[in-house]
Each structure stands twice: as C-alpha cells, then as structure tokens.
Ligand binder design. Structure first.
Ligand code: URA
Length: 238
C-alpha cells in the first residue's frame, strides 16, 4: 500500500475512533494528487521512450541485420541512478533486455552489494542497441551513430548519477582519450546537451572484464563503495 493511501486510511480510522461515520464536503478533496502526478510523470517518460525507440529502430545500421532483438532498457523509469553498458551479447539479443547473461548476473551482484537493483532503483541501458556479431567491440562509427540517441535517452531518464560500465560507455560519454584504468573511481560532471542540470558520472570496470580478470574485482569494489557514498551524500532514496 502506498504511503499516501496509508496516511489517508489512518486519518479515516482516527475520525472513526470518535464515532464519526460520514463526512461531507462541498467540493471533492483530491487526496491522491501526488500519486496522480507520479503516475502522469511515469506516463510521460514512457511516451518519450516509445518515441525514442521508434527513432533508434529506424537508424540505418548493419548490426540489426544479424540481430534477433532490439535491446533497449531494463529497470525503473523514474530512477536517479542510470547504468550504461556497451552492447548486447548473445543472451541479451535472445531476450531483448540488457545485461541478462553472465555479465548481467555479475552486474547484479556488483550493484546489489551497495543496495541497488533493477527491480527497485536503477535504470539500465547500453550505448549500442543491437548485438555486434561475435560480441566484438563496437566500431567508432557505430558508437558515434548511436551516441546522440543515448544522450537523448539520458535526458529522458534525467538521473542524478550515471554509472558507466566499461571503456565504450566511459570514453564515449565523457569524451576521454585514455581508457578506464586511468579514470575509474573518479567523479565527472557529465553535461547532457538536452538537460540543464548537474549529473555525476563515474566509470567502473565492465562485469565481463571482471569475469575474465577476477584479480581486478577489488578495484571495482572500491569504486562501488564511492558510488554508495555519493548516493548517501546526495540523499538519494533507494
Ligand atoms: N554487456 C554489455 O555491455 N551490455 C549488455 O547488455 C550485456 C553485456
């Protein structure tokens, strides 16, 4: 039950305890205004995402010829924390959702360790929406082709924190020349062309890389702890 509903019920029960059985006003009182506002906001985000999806699907890109499914997003639409990965792999292509294979399990493990999860408080997407053949790294052209749509995607979700997993997301969105090893664990001010607000962004080793190089997990853990700290400092409710 939502808090608004709970509060309204407790007020009614309070009146009832005095023996009040009915209550008539001249005009109806909107007790669920905030609830309706939230519902409308969600609808607007959903509408904008539907429009964006149509645009991205129409992008002329050879990757889609060898893909089974368009992979768009998973998670909570009104989230303050947005995760961006690289591109779908075999499982993601099969299911049509980001991070559902082995790398996805690892990603869940990583974010769960700091109280985040896709069913409650994060939104997840990738730079590239179609699976590159044999999971190769996307080319610069492919990245540049989709980057404006990723920026629009970020503006629709409008998070407070961006978690960029791996080199492709980190370098392309933060315009970095060096790789993630140099920049992981730092905070950047990410500027979005469609938004006039401050978004904190950080780079974290990609879960697939950690599966291949488990000795690097300790660095990812250090970085995740910094994310948790930032969530606390920004008073983000998770
Ligand atoms: N790797 C990614 O970067 N994204 C996915 O969705 C799956 C694997």
């Amino acid at each position: 039950m939502s808090n608004i509903r709970k509060n309204s019920l407790s007020i009614l029960n309070y009146y009832k305890s005095f023996g009040v059985e009915s209550h008539i006003q001249n005009t109806p009182r909107i007790r669920f205004k905030n609830y309706n506002d939230q519902k409308n906001q969600k609808k607007t985000i959903h509408g904008k995402l539907t429009e964006l999806k149509k645009k991205i699907i129409n992008v002329d890109c050879k990757l889609k010829l060898n893909s089974k499914n368009f992979v768009f997003y998973d998670g909570i639409l009104r989230s303050d924390i947005m995760i961006i990965g690289e591109a779908p792999g075999f499982e993601e292509d099969k299911v049509g959702k980001p991070f559902v294979g082995a790398a996805g399990k690892k990603l869940d493990e990583m974010i769960n360790a700091i109280g985040l999860d896709r069913k409650n408080n994060v939104y997840i997407t990738n730079i590239i929406p179609w699976r590159p053949t044999n999971n190769r790294t996307p080319t610069e052209n492919e990245i540049n082709l989709f980057l404006p749509y990723v920026e629009e995607h970020i503006s629709i979700i409008s998070p407070k924190i961006l978690l960029l997993f791996g080199n492709v997301a980190s370098k392309s969105l933060l315009n970095l020349n060096e790789g993630i090893t140099k920049h992981r664990g730092k905070w950047f001010n990410y500027n979005n062309p469609f938004l006039n607000k401050k978004i904190f962004a950080t780079c974290i080793f990609h879960p697939s890389y950690l599966l291949r190089s488990p000795n690097k997990k300790k660095f990812a853990w250090e970085d995740l702890k910094k994310v948790k700290e930032k969530i606390t400092n920004l008073k983000i409710t998770i």
